[in-house]
Design a protein around this ligand. Structure first.
Ligand SMILES: C[S@@+](CC[C@H](N)C(=O)[O-])C[C@H]1O[C@@H](n2cnc3c(N)ncnc32)[C@H](O)[C@@H]1O
Length: 221
């Protein structure tokens, strides 16, 4: 009996390992054929996420003429690279992430969890004149359960909004990533109370099969 269940467990393990192998092979195949991954390598960006920000900025001009920028969930750093290029010379770029990031000229990196009060105090001390633009590409590691992933990212988004209310200059802009799942419209409407213009955007470089969606909010009241 014991032996039998051991055999069954072994079979499950082989099946899981095989499944994992197939999914990582598919991931690798997709990466190798992804035009944005290829361009990121060519253009010297740390990830394909660079093109999402470039595309959004081309349409909404959020990175021009601003002085202090916060990049939340910055690792590996492609958004910070762009932010440093666009506003770095005239302003400040503060990048925050739970994971460590190799340095980028013109970017001040804070290593820690954005939701921790200590980390928020460190960020505030670095932006005594408040932020003009806040980017959040933060995403908790995916569980694969859509509702759980949605609720977790909405929890982070609430933290970002609370921080924004206290620490953004008038006229400022927020770009935030969400995962669709039902709670995004309530969040969108809440943003409308604090910003003059709020829009959803799904850049072409965001994979069509992903539930991610961005909100651009401009003109902080
Ligand atoms: C999609 S990646 C960001 C990619 C980045 N925008 C780029 O262009 O390279 C999401 C990041 O959010 C970070 N993250 C998730 N939750 C966080 C939290 N509570 N505090 C800080 N960083 C967080 C993760 O560690 C991860 O590096």
């Amino acid at each position: 009996m014991v032996k039998k269940s051991g055999v069954r467990n072994a079979a499950v393990k082989v099946k899981t390992a095989k499944k994992r192998k197939i999914s990582s092979t598919l991931w690798l195949k997709r990466q190798l054929n992804d035009p944005y991954v290829i361009s990121a390598k060519k253009d010297g960006y740390r990830s394909r996420a660079a093109y999402k920000l470039l595309e959004i900025d081309e349409k909404h001009h959020i990175l021009t003429s601003y002085k202090t920028l916060l990049d939340l969930g910055a690792v590996p750093g492609s958004w910070s690279q762009i932010a440093a290029e666009k506003v770095g010379a005239r302003g400040r770029v503060i990048a925050v992430d739970m994971q460590d990031m190799s340095s980028i000229p013109g970017v001040h990196f804070v290593h820690g969890d954005f939701t921790s009060p200590e980390i928020q105090e460190i960020i505030k001390a670095l932006i005594p004149t408040k932020a003009d633009i806040i980017l959040s590409d933060m995403a908790p590691s995916a569980t694969g359960h859509n509702l759980t992933d949605h609720l977790r990212i909405m929890g982070l988004a609430d933290e970002v909004l609370e921080f924004t209310k206290e620490n953004m200059n008038r006229g400022g802009a927020l770009l935030i990533k969400l995962l669709r799942g039902g709670g995004e419209n309530k969040y969108f409407n809440e943003l409308r109370e604090y910003f003059k213009e709020v829009k959803y955007i799904k850049p072409a470089s965001s994979r069509g099969d992903s539930r991610e969606i961005f909100i651009v909010a401009r003109g902080f009241k």
